[in-house]
Design a protein around this ligand. Structure first.
Ligand SMILES: CC(C)(COP(=O)(O)OP(=O)(O)OC[C@H]1O[C@@H](n2cnc3c(N)ncnc32)[C@H](O)[C@@H]1OP(=O)(O)O)[C@@H](O)C(=O)NCCC(=O)NCCS
Length: 173
């Protein structure tokens, strides 16, 4: 499993977290209990740091980075879909960063909010609690409040995958 220390910075991975063997975790990265990181995701904590909360998943192909001025913090019970890019952002509890979306430095998703598939939230963008933003650049969807079940279902689904992957994943070639 490519998990690297960088100088004095070594990832901390809770024993109940799961990192797929084809994910890459470097440096100042901290994964809480029952969080999960899926194939080809890259979490590169080479300046600032990256924190992933309890039960939060970071799905395949996603890139998480940070800067000295902008660490990346992803709260508990959140989901990060496939091929997202998170750079120096703060993400609250119970959020969804959907597939292919981009969050740039200084952007903030408050608790229960959703950045829709393919959306781009630019520098210092802000999404209030339980709101959804869509498009490029991301715009908050009017008259719409996110149902918490939307994210909770994805989170539960990924937590449930941890045990079978820990017990049954076998590399064949
Ligand atoms: C954001 C999201 C939840 C919206 O779903 P929804 O509320 O069911 O939205 P609807 O399909 O009812 O569409 C509502 C409107 O938003 C538009 N819309 C929906 N998703 C959009 C998106 N990602 N970007 C831009 N517009 C979008 C629709 O075209 C529609 O527009 P209209 O009212 O003008 O016709 C969905 O697009 C999404 O991103 N899902 C996340 C999937 C994912 O990444 N899962 C992680 C892997 S498990």
């Amino acid at each position: 499993m490519p998990i690297y220390a960088l100088g004095e910075h070594e990832p901390t991975i809770h024993p109940d977290a799961y990192v797929h063997p084809d994910a890459v975790v470097i440096g100042n990265v901290h994964l809480a209990a029952e969080s999960s990181v899926w194939p080809t995701a890259v979490l590169r904590g080479d300046s600032g740091g990256i924190w992933v909360g309890e039960r939060t998943n970071v799905q395949d192909g996603t890139i998480v980075h940070c800067t000295e001025w902008h660490p990346t913090r992803i709260g508990p019970d959140s989901a990060v879909g496939h091929n997202a890019h998170i750079e120096g952002a703060t993400i609250g509890t119970g959020c969804l960063v959907a597939s292919g979306s981009v969050l740039l430095n200084g952007s903030v998703l408050e608790d229960g909010s959703v950045l829709g598939a393919g959306a781009v939230m630019s520098f210092d963008g802000h999404l209030p609690a339980r709101r959804m933003a869509l498009g490029v650049p991301a715009r908050v969807r009017e008259n719409h409040e996110v149902a918490p079940e939307l994210v909770a279902a994805i989170v539960a689904n990924y937590v449930a995958r941890i045990a079978p992957y820990k017990a049954g994943l076998r590399r064949l070639s």
